[in-house]
Design a protein around this ligand. Structure first.
Ligand code: RFL
Ligand code: PHB
Length: 404
């Protein structure tokens, strides 16, 4: 016989301890709002999962305002631009000049997640890893329920004022919305990224986005000692086809420009990521609010996914504070519209960067010439370069609400 679930109460039940769920829990705590975070994976897994690396200036300000930027300010690498490479030439796009002094910062998502988990743990916040059977119910009532079984096998039922679905693209919250409520728009791209981490100092001071006839390549970094590099590969590619020496040889070929050298080192991690654009709307059903990858996905070429996820929870914090503390629905009712404005801008920018820089399997000579013409225009025209720069550093610039 199964024993009855342990019943507790919280103001906000949060599904998922990725960057969105963890930051939401912290921002709510700063407003005096209680939350419970449940996470399917282990703490070690969440802290090791390799993903994003680039933060918009608004994201950095948000983390600072939340008191979470101690290590970010010490270890993050501020970048004032990127290089665009095509036709064997490299061109600099200067964000400081083009985007009113705004910059971006290289600081790995894994480090943000570690910082957030350390803070939440030190504060004694309810953060449960390795839960199973997460369910959300009664979403169209004022007392939605969050159910899960903890790592010790004990079943829990948490009565909430609101539930935040921060459980990523493959989570359970979006599918819990009844059929017919959400409309989804999706595009799968016919290529993927093979990403590596390598113990070698970056060969560049700023990121290189490179269009090559054989496919896109991106030189990024994690620290002054660690490089992060991506290669476009076919959508269904098997990582077993890419021994380390093939990866380096392909990178050498795609990044080659006269007088510049790509330094090689030992590869410590490699994986392949599919690319898709996806938006579900509205980002709310009753007392369930979706945030981050649970509601939308962009291809990584624009470096927007993590930044969008954190922007969502900044907007959601204001909305939930008004709802839970003052019973004022206005911001909650506007949550989806407010987020989707930024989401669609980032979706367009990420699609544009992806289309301009990747080689589609069916691309013809017309496609190639159109890409090259667009790249030459961005490199030569201040107006076109400004469009890239202001989107890359984050548009519209993030307001940090009452956090300042
Ligand atoms: P996450 O990080 O996927 O976290 C969701 C969490 O929910 C948990 N979960 C559940 N927990 C409990 N019960 C369940 N039933 C659950 N189901 C799922 C999961 O285990 C997980 O811990 O979503 P979140 O918080 O919305 O954050 C989104 C970001 O992770 C994502 O958008 C970025 O990583 C995208 N991205 C990039 N974004 C940027 O802003 N800049 C970049 O430079 C950048 N580069 C990238 C990227 C993503 C990449 N990959 C691998 C997809 C580079 C790559 C290669
Ligand atoms: C990364 O460093 O992982 C990264 C940087 C820029 C992108 C995507 C990924 O556009």
């Amino acid at each position: 016989m199964t024993s009855p679930a342990t019943r507790t109460r919280t103001q906000v039940g949060i599904v998922g301890a990725g960057p969105a769920g963890l930051l939401l829990s912290r921002l709510l705590a700063l407003r005096g709002i209680d939350s419970v975070v449940v996470e399917a994976r282990s703490r070690a897994y969440c802290e090791a999962r390799q993903r994003a690396g680039l933060l918009e200036d608004g994201t950095v300000r948000l983390l600072r305002a939340a008191g979470l930027a101690g290590r970010l300010d010490r270890e993050g690498l501020e970048h004032g631009g990127i290089y665009l490479q095509f036709d064997g030439e490299r061109h600099h796009i200067d964000f400081r000049d083009l985007a009113e002094g705004r910059t971006v910062t290289v600081y790995a998502q894994t480090e943000i997640v570690k910082d957030l988990i350390a803070e939440r743990t030190a504060a004694g916040a309810a953060l449960h890893f390795e839960v199973a059977g997460t369910e959300v119910a009664d979403l169209d009532t004022d007392r939605p329920l969050l159910r899960y079984t903890d790592s010790g096998g004990v079943a829990h039922e948490v009565e909430c004022d609101v539930i935040a679905g921060c459980d990523g693209f493959h989570g359970i919250c979006r599918p819990a919305v009844p059929d017919g409520v959400l409309s989804t728009v999706e595009r799968a791209y016919p290529f993927a990224w093979l990403g590596i981490l390598a113990d070698v100092p970056p060969s560049t001071d700023e990121l290189i986005y490179c269009r090559h006839d054989d496919g896109f390549a991106l030189h990024s970094m994690r620290t002054p000692e660690v490089s992060r590099i991506y290669l476009q590969v076919p959508a269904d590619e098997d990582i077993a086809n890419w021994p380390d020496d093939r990866i380096w040889a392909e990178m050498q070929r795609r990044f080659a420009v006269p007088g510049w050298e790509l330094k090689e080192g030992s590869i410590t991690e490699k994986s392949i990521t599919p690319m898709r654009s996806f938006v579900a709307a509205p980002m709310r059903y009753g007392r369930l609010f979706l945030a981050g990858d649970a509601a939308h996905i962009v291809p990584p070429t624009g470096a927007k996914g993590l930044n969008l996820a954190l922007a969502d929870v900044a907007v959601l914090t204001d909305a939930l504070a008004a709802l839970v503390l003052d019973r004022d629905h206005a911001l909650a009712d506007d949550y989806s519209r407010a987020c989707l404005n930024r989401v669609w801008r980032a979706t367009h920018f990420s699609w544009w960067m992806t289309s301009m820089l990747h080689i589609a399997p069916d691309a013809d000579a017309m496609e190639a010439q159109l890409q090259l013409s667009q790249l030459r225009y961005v490199a030569a025209s201040r107006a076109a370069a400004t469009t890239l720069a202001e989107n890359y550093v984050g548009y519209p610039p993030l307001r940090c609400g009452t956090l300042g």
